[in-house]
Structures are given as structure tokens and as C-alpha cells.
Design a protein around this ligand. Structure first.
Ligand SMILES: Nc1ncnc2c1ncn2[C@@H]1O[C@H](COP(=O)(O)OP(=O)(O)OP(=O)(O)O)[C@@H](O)[C@H]1O
Length: 922
């Protein structure tokens, strides 16, 4: 786990950034004190073990050359551990003093710098949810979004641009790295050349390498935490402070998903790679209107950050159902590893058998015997590996299958508000790119992860058993190599996040262009769409190229360290063989174990890197996975009564999350009696369609309630509720299926027959045109019904409603997009539907002629019901409606006169009764 990972872990158990910082400092500081004490304690213990020679050896030690490594004393170990306990904290102190980021100062924006010494942050933070709580929205839906931030107190100190804090911090980290590596190499050389008189001493000395690596790790973590800038803290937007940073050219704003311009810079969270562009930081309503955020019906949610551990743990927990297969694979894997661990032993033995003993004799029978055992182990190992890898492949493939299916389900159950703020191309990207990236290491290396871990531990033990001296020498580079890979992994994770964002952007562009291909062609925008797609992909390519260079550089650096270790082993191992302390076979065995361990280690390092990278994909997937919708399909009671269709809106307030400033419904009251037809009229944008959407419970009111047969909507199972509705909207969406499949869409198999479909189509006046198609009801209608006309699409939609026989029918301007002939046909079908169904009907219309026959007409304006009554009642009321009717009649009269004067056919029905125009002329 990297330092950032540890800090994130500590932060996840605290409520505010201030508390998180204090906890981190306290915990890491304590661990460091303990580790340094252990370090000194072990060296001191080693000195005590050699106490009998202490007096002499100290004098020996000081008088001898510093390059003479054959000293009997281990006093230098103690001196070095004390030196570490002084220099490492000193370096951390210097790093924190000169490497701390300059606090963000904002000149133009209304913002506040978080100050540890004031209580401001806790005030701001008091209503922010715990980071892990995905079920709560980040904002109060009815509170007006505001960040209420004030200007900072003072200007930042001027600094030489070359010697920036991050430069100082980098220098300190580099010195720490060099110092620790040098000390480790020195200690490795010392231990390998030391003659030990007891067994505990080598253990104590070898532990030094462990302490060095641990202390360096915690010092780095502490330095990161101490240099963490006091930044701009917007608890409602992000749970950590963010910092203004230049040169984030390849980054994307996590709120509006626009690309950040490098020259401008952006606000960045150093803990979890959250970026926010300058524009978003200025928006007051940024927390509600940001696109592609995780959100529910009640507001924006925070996304989870995923460490390697949680990622792997969760992926495995998903494989719970594969218990037996996994157990079998693990057993075979254990056998494979054990047999693999035995092989080098026999290789060494075989080599020793071909070396003649003191009398010049060869042990031929022993030689044949060892070769036989070697062969047997090898064959068994091959068999184990074949079976376990097949089993693991099977498990990982099933895992991918389950993850894809579940994720698609999780996406579909999200609230409609989520889809309002998210582009479908990005969701497709989650289902494909993010899942692929997340599953890549698991799919390709679940088995190799475990086998390498086995080999690493086994190889390590065998190495120490064979020769702790050589092991000590060999292990001095492990810490530095680990550090370098960790640095690269974190960097690569960021690049991969950018790559995913660019791919998602590309997907979004492609899916929009493809779904609107006719508009693209009509406007001749093919080239600009291609350019936009190229640009998004180019960003991904740039990030990929950077990643490849980083990988190459890290590989080269660590390979040199590794090669150096190999040379050291050969040199000292050869010396030991020449001194008679080791046989040739033992040296070969050690080398084989070392290679085995080293390979396993490098494979693991690669895997950890790819896990860290893939965590970027996993974050996206798990965030969506954990996001329980506010209108949860699992909540509420089933509808167990005979629904009649009495609906009531009581003081309903509503605004869309993406436009919180636009109050669409405010205190709306409306009663819709069972079996009646209620027409909704009003100006465009007045909220009629919103009412229809609320009837389908796409959104819950921000205030007030909706009831059906006296029961609150929110107490009912949403799927159950929707099953009582039939809808025909202005833009009917058809699926790329057959006509019959489209008519029966949403019906459970077995609840209808083909004859029912034909009957429904006949009633909807669709049978004639369907019959004329070559394949009749089996004709595929194309994506979004592109192979049928608008009027035909509407009639298929009406046939759907006829077949469904709903209790409540919602007609949302079902004829408004049609030409005259189609309008008449569709209107006839609708009239028949209303007459035959006996259902409660709510119809939205732009034409007075469509609603005149309704039992009740509601005039909706400014989010309220302005007038309610039948056509006659409203005409008598002498209000808006009657004025509209009068205006319409006058207009109609004028038009007829005009047409007659022009010699046109006065029978033509025009859109002259368009309510919008009449209301606007009011
Ligand atoms: N998903 C959405 N997100 C944000 N605002 C929306 C959304 N859908 C609609 N609006 C806005 O809400 C208001 C009401 O829209 P609605 O579609 O209910 O009006 P309408 O009365 O049906 O209009 P029309 O007669 O033109 O269809 C409009 O100002 C519209 O711009």
C-alpha cells in the first residue's frame, strides 16, 4: 500500500479533513517512533550479543579502515540505526518546512482557504456526509445551493519559481532514497562477510533491512501528509481540500467533464485525483448541475475511492458462488507451488552428484535416483498447473460474465435523474472500457498472483535457509525497487484515469453522432464529429504513450538494480565456495531460489502495478455498483388491491436537478378522478410533461405528495405502480425488433397471444399498414423505428397500450409531431382507445380541439393549476381558457375568410388552435 493509500484509509474513518490530518499525523508519528525504537533495539541487541568482544571490537572498529568489512564488532549497525533515527526525521522536518505547498490564494473567486487553526472548516463540514455513505445525497434537495465562501486573509509569500516547494520535497525524497539504499547496501555487504557465532545475531542484523524499509516508507507518508496544502475546501462538492495547480493539460474536470487547459490550471485533490476546472469552481450550483456525476433522485452522491486491497477483495467476494472450483484450484495451486519449490533443491543435489568426492568417486546411483525424483516432480507440477490454470480461467470468465450482467442491471435501476445528467456513451464506456480495465488483472492473473505470492514466500524462506548471507546481500535492493515501482504505479493510475475519461468522451461523441446520424449528415458535420472523436482518442493516446515511457524507464532502472544484485550474489557466492563455506550445488540452488523469488517478486510487482492501474476502472464500476437509487425498485409494498385510478397531486413542488433555479411545479394541486379524461393545457415549458413523468414516478416531488387511490406513491413498489400505466408520448421510442415484439414490449410472455397483438393493432388502426409490409408483424422496424413513418410509430405505440389494457393512460402530445393525415388517423385511434379502455386518461395537448371533449381540463401555468373544469365550465368562467377559445374562434374565422379570399380550400385544418401561440398573444 502506498503512503497515499494509508492516508486515504485513515481519512475514510474520519469526518473532516482537519480531523483526518490530525489522525494521520498521530498514527504515523507513533508508528515511526516504534519502528525507530525497534530498529535501534535490534542493533543494540546485536551489540549485546557480541558484548564479550565489545571493548576490543570498538577499539578495533575505530582504528580499522572503514572499508574493512571483516570486523568482529557490530557496533557500526548500532551507530547507523542511531544515525537513521536522527537523519530521517531531520530530512522529513526539512521536507515539511520547505516542501509544504503554498496555501491556495484566490483573487477573483469567493472562496475560503481551510485554516487548521480556525473552526471554519468544521462549520462547513458539519453537514457533509461521511465519505463512505453513498446512500445519502451530498446536498439538501430543497436548500438553494450556495458555497458561501469568503476571501482569504493574506497573500502568499513570494518564492523563486525554480525552487518550488515540490522541488524541495523532491530533493528530500531523493536524498532519503539514496541514503536508505546506500545504508542497505553497506549492511548487506557487512552481513554477508560477517562470521556469526550464534543463531540470533544474524536474525537481528537481517532485520535491519526490514526496519530501514519500514521507516523510509512511513517517513515518506508523513512527509506527504505534512506537506499537504491547506486548500480550497468545498465539502458539498468534494470531501477533501482541492488545490490550484498549473499544467494539468491532460486532465478532465470531474464535474463538467470538459478538458482542462494546461495554461489555466485547475483545482486538484491530491488524495484522490479529483479535478475541478476554474469555471466549475466559480459556479454556485456546481454541486447539483455537474454532468456525469453519480446522482440519485435526491441529489449528487460521492464516488468511492478504491485501494488495491478493496478492489481485489470485492472482486473475490463476487466469486463466492464459485467456492468449490476455487477450492480445487487453490489446492492444486498449492501442490504446484510446493513441487516447484522443491525442484531447485534437486537441481543443486544433481550438480553436487556430478562433482567427484574427496576420493574422486561419483555417486552414480544417487545421481540416477535424484534425476528420477526430479523428473517425477516436474511431471506432477505440469499436471497441476494445467488443471488449476484451466479452473482459474473458468472462474474469471464467469466472474466477468456476472460483473457485466450485474453492472447493466445496476445501471438500468438508477434514477431517471441520473440519466438526465449522464451521457449514454459514458455509460457504455463503463460497461465496456471500465469493466475491461478492472477485470484485466483478475482475468489474466488471478492464478499467477497467488502462485507468485507462494513462490515469493517459499523462495524467500529457502533463500534464507540456504544462505542468509547471500540473502541479506540480495535483499538490499528489494526496498528501492519496490519504491520505484510504487511511484510508477501511482503515476500510471492517474494516466489510466485520464485514458478512461478520454475513451468515455470518445464513446459519448460516437454514440451521439451515430444515434443522430441523419442530423449529422443533413448539417454536413461528419468532419467535425470525426475531429472531436479523434481529439478525445488522441488524449487517450498521449496518456498511453506517457505511461509506456514511464514503464520503460522504471523497468530499466529496476533492471539495473536487479542486475547489480545478481553480480553481487555471484561474486560473494563464488568467494564463499572458494573459501569452502558452500558447495557449488548449494550456490546453484541458492541462485535458482533467488531467481525464482526474484521472478515471482517482479511478476507480483507487475501485477500490483496493473491492479493499481485497474483500480481506476474499478472505482468507476464500484461507485455505480454501490449507488442505490433513491427511487429504489426494491422499496415499497406491492399493490395488492384492485387499482381504480384515482390520482391526487397535493401541493407538489418540483425542480430538475440539472436546473435547480427553474421551479417547474410549485404547490401544484390536482385531483384526477378514476375513469375520467383530464386534459392538460398550458404554455410550452409550463410543466405538463413533467406532470406526466411524475405520474410515472420518474421523479419524486421535492415537496408535497402524489397519491393513487389514496395511497402515497412513495409507499408503493415502483415497478408495480408503473405496470398500471400505458403511455403514448410525442417521440415514441421503438426498439430494433419486429413490429409484434414492439407491440408486446413490456408484457410478460404467456400473458398474451399473437391474436391479441393483431387485435390491438387493428384497434390502433395499425393493422392495415403492418399487413402491407412484406414480413407483416415480423418486420423489423430498425433502431428507434427508423424504418416506419412517424404516424405508424405512434399507432404501434397506441397498439401497445391497447394490448396492455392499463388502468391509467397517459397521452403526451401524441399527435403533435404528425402531418394532417397521420394526425387524423392517430387521433381516431386515440379516441377509440379512450372510449374502449374505461381507464383514467391524462392527456397533454397543444391543440384545444384535442382536449375539448375531456371531462376536466386543467390549465397549467407557472407550475400551478390556473383553472380546472370541463370545456363548458371553463368557457363560462371567463378566464384564461375561455379567452383562448374566443381567440381561437376569431383566428379561425379570419383564416377561413383569408383562405376563401385566396381561393384556397377552407376545409384545411391548421395548427391555428396552437395553445402556445394563443397564450403568448394573451
Ligand atoms: N430533464 C430536465 N432537466 C432540466 N430541465 C428540464 C428537464 N425537462 C424539462 N425541463 C424544463 O422544465 C420545464 C418544464 O418542462 P416540460 O417538458 O414539463 O414542459 P411542457 O409543459 O411539457 O412543455 P411542452 O409543451 O413544450 O412539451 C421547462 O422549462 C424545461 O426546460
Amino acid at each position: 500500500m502506498s503512503g497515499i493509500g494509508l492516508i486515504n484509509l485513515l481519512n475514510s474513518v474520519t469526518k473532516s479533513d482537519k480531523e483526518a490530518r490530525k489522525t494521520s499525523l498521530r498514527v504515523i508519528g507513533t508508528i515511526l517512533c516504534i519502528t525507530h525504537l525497534f530498529d535501534i533495539g535490534c542493533s543494540f541487541g546485536a551489540v549485546l550479543y557480541t558484548a564479550d568482544t565489545l571493548n576490543d571490537s570498538y577499539n578495533d572498529y575505530v582504528s580499522s579502515s572503514p572499508f574493512d568489512l571483516s570486523n568482529a564488532s557490530v557496533f557500526d549497525f548500532l551507530l547507523l540505526s542511531i544515525l537513521r533515527a536522527i537523519t530521517f526525521p531531520l530530512l522529513t522536518f526539512l521536507g515539511s518546512k520547505y516542501g509544504a505547498d503554498v496555501p491556495f490564494i484566490c483573487s477573483s473567486m469567493c472562496c475560503k482557504v481551510v485554516d487548521d487553526d480556525s473552526d471554519e472548516e468544521s462549520e462547513l463540514n458539519s453537514d457533509s456526509p461521511p465519505s463512505s455513505d453513498l446512500s445519502r445525497p451530498l446536498i439538501d434537495p430543497l436548500s438553494k445551493p450556495s458555497l458561501s465562501l469568503s476571501p482569504p486573509p493574506s497573500s502568499p509569500p513570494r518564492r523563486n519559481p525554480r525552487f518550488t516547494p515540490s522541488f524541495f520535497k523532491g530533493v528530500v525524497l531523493f536524498v532519503l532514497f539514496l541514503l536508505s539504499t546506500a545504508i542497505q547496501v553497506y549492511l548487506g555487504l557487512r552481513v554477508s562477510s560477517y562470521t556469526f557465532s550464534n543463531n540470533l545475531l544474524p536474525v537481528l542484523l537481517c532485520l535491519s533491512v526490514l526496519w530501514i524499509n519500514l521507516t523510509v516508507y512511513f517517513h515518506r507518508t508523513l512527509l506527504d501528509e505534512l506537506t499537504r496544502q491547506k486548500g480550497l475546501f468545498l465539502p458539498k462538492v468534494h470531501r477533501h481540500p482541492v488545490f490550484l495547480q498549473k499544467g494539468l493539460a491532460l486532465h478532465w474536470c470531474d464535474l463538467c467533464r470538459t478538458r482542462i487547459r494546461g495554461t489555466q490550471g485547475a483545482f486538484r485533490c491530491k488524495l484522490c485525483d479529483f479535478d475541478m476546472c476554474i469555471r466549475c469552481s466559480k459556479r454556485e450550483d456546481v454541486q447539483t448541475v455537474s454532468e456525469n456525476m453519480l446522482r440519485g433522485d435526491k441529489g449528487v452522491r460521492s464516488e468511492s475511492t478504491v485501494s488495491n486491497g478493496t478492489y481485489f477483495g470485492r472482486a473475490l467476494s463476487m466469486a463466492k458462488g464459485e467456492g468449490t472450483l476455487l477450492f480445487l484450484s487453490f489446492t492444486l495451486l498449492a501442490l504446484y507451488c510446493l513441487s516447484g519449490l522443491y525442484l531447485p533443491n534437486y537441481q543443486g543435489k544433481i550438480i553436487d552428484r556430478v562433482v567427484p568426492d574427496d576420493s574422486g568417486e561419483y555417486d552414480k546411483s544417487g545421481f540416477i535416483n535424484d534425476v528420477k525424483i526430479y523428473l517425477f516432480i516436474m511431471l506432477a507440477q505440469g499436471a497441476f498447473s494445467t488443471i488449476y490454470s484451466a479452473a482459474f480461467q473458468l472462474v474469471s470468465r464467469r466472474l466477468v460474465f456476472n460483473i457485466r450482467n450485474t453492472l447493466f442491471r445496476k445501471i438500468l435501476v438508477q434514477d431517471v435523474a441520473y440519466f438526465d445528467g449522464t451521457e449514454s456513451g459514458r455509460l457504455i464506456s463503463r460497461l465496456t472500457n471500465d469493466v475491461n480495465m478492472m477485470m484485466q488483472p483478475i482475468q489474466s492473473s488471478l492464478s499467477s498472483l497467488i502462485s507468485n505470492a507462494f513462490m515469493l514466500v517459499g523462495g524467500l524462506i529457502f533463500c534464507y535457509v540456504k544462505s542468509y548471507r547471500l540473502s541479506m546481500l540480495a535483499f538490499v535492493t528489494v526496498g528501492p525497487i519496490m519504491y520505484l515501482w510504487d511511484l510508477y504505479a501511482q503515476w500510471s493510475k492517474r494516466l489510466n484515469r485520464q485514458m478512461l475519461a478520454s475513451w468515455a468522451e470518445g464513446n459519448s461523441i460516437a454514440s451521439q453522432a451515430l444515434s443522430h446520424i441523419r442530423t449529422v449528415k443533413a448539417f454536413g458535420t461528419e468532419t467535425s464529429e470525426i475531429d472531436a472523436y479523434n481529439e478525445a482518442n488522441l488524449e487517450a493516446l498521449k496518456a498511453g504513450v506517457k505511461d509506456a515511457w514511464g514503464n520503460g524507464f522504471t523497468t530499466a532502472l529496476t533492471s539495473y538494480l536487479d542486475l547489480g544484485t545478481g553480480v553481487l550474489i555471484l561474486y560473494y557466492g563464488g568467494t564463499l565456495v572458494m573459501d569452502g563455506e558452500m558447495s557449488v550445488g548449494e550456490l546453484v540452488t541458492f541462485q535458482l531460489y533467488w531467481n525464482m523469488m526474484n521472478n515471482a517478486y517482479q511478476n507480483l510487482q507487475g501485477l500490483v502495478t496493473s491492479f493499481t492501474r485497474s483500480a481506476a476502472g474499478a472505482e468507476k464500476v464500484f461507485s455505480l455498483w454501490d449507488n442505490t437509487p433513491d427511487i429504489d425498485p426494491n422499496d415499497g409494498s406491492v399493490i395488492d388491491w384492485d387499482v381504480e385510478g384515482d390520482i391526487e397531486f397535493k401541493s407538489v413542488d418540483y425542480f430538475y436537478q440539472m436546473r435547480p433555479d427553474n421551479m417547474v411545479l410549485s404547490g401544484l394541486d390536482l385531483k384526477i378522478k378514476k375513469g375520467t379524461v383530464v386534459g392538460l393545457v398550458g404554455r410550452s415549458g409550463g410543466g405538463k410533461t413533467t406532470l406526466i413523468k411524475m405520474l410515472l414516478r420518474f421523479y419524486d416531488p421535492k415537496a408535497g405528495s402524489i397519491t393513487i387511490d389514496g395511497r402515497p406513491y412513495t409507499s408503493l413498489k415502483v415497478d408495480d405502480l408503473r405496470s398500471f400505466f400505458g403511455v403514448v408520448s410525442q417521440d415514441t421510442e421503438l426498439f430494433s425488433k419486429t413490429v409484434a415484439e414492439n407491440i408486446s414490449y413490456g408484457m410478460k410472455p404467456g400473458t398474451y397471444t399473437h391474436e391479441d397483438i393483431v387485435e390491438a393493432a387493428k384497434a390502433a388502426q395499425a393493422h392495415e399498414f403492418i399487413k402491407e409490409m412484406k414480413d407483416g408483424y415480423d418486420t423489423r422496424v430498425g433502431e428507434n423505428g427508423s424504418r416506419v413513418s412517424g404516424g405508424q410509430r405512434q399507432r404501434i405505440a397506441i397498439a401497445r397500450v391497447f394490448l396492455r389494457k392499463p388502468k391509467i393512460i397517459l397521452l403526451d402530445e401524441a399527435t403533435s409531431a404528425l402531418d394532417e393525415n397521420s394526425q387524423t388517423l392517430v387521433q381516431n385511434a386515440l379516441d377509440l382507445l379512450i372510449k374502449k379502455s374505461n381507464a383514467t386518461v391524462v392527456l397533454v395537448a397543444h391543440r384545444l380541439s384535442t382536449v375539448m371533449n375531456a371531462d376536466k381540463i386543467a390549465v397549467i401555468d407557472k407550475g400551478k393549476v390556473l383553472e380546472l373544469g370541463s370545456h363548458d365550465e371553463l368557457c363560462k368562467l371567463n378566464g384564461v381558457y375561455s379567452m383562448l377559445v374566443k381567440k381561437q374562434m376569431k383566428k379561425r374565422e379570419n383564416e377561413l375568410n383569408q383562405e376563401a379570399a385566396n381561393g384556397q380550400n377552407p376545409n384545411r385544418t391548421t395548427s391555428m388552435d396552437d395553445i402556445d401561440k394563443l397564450l403568448d398573444a394573451r
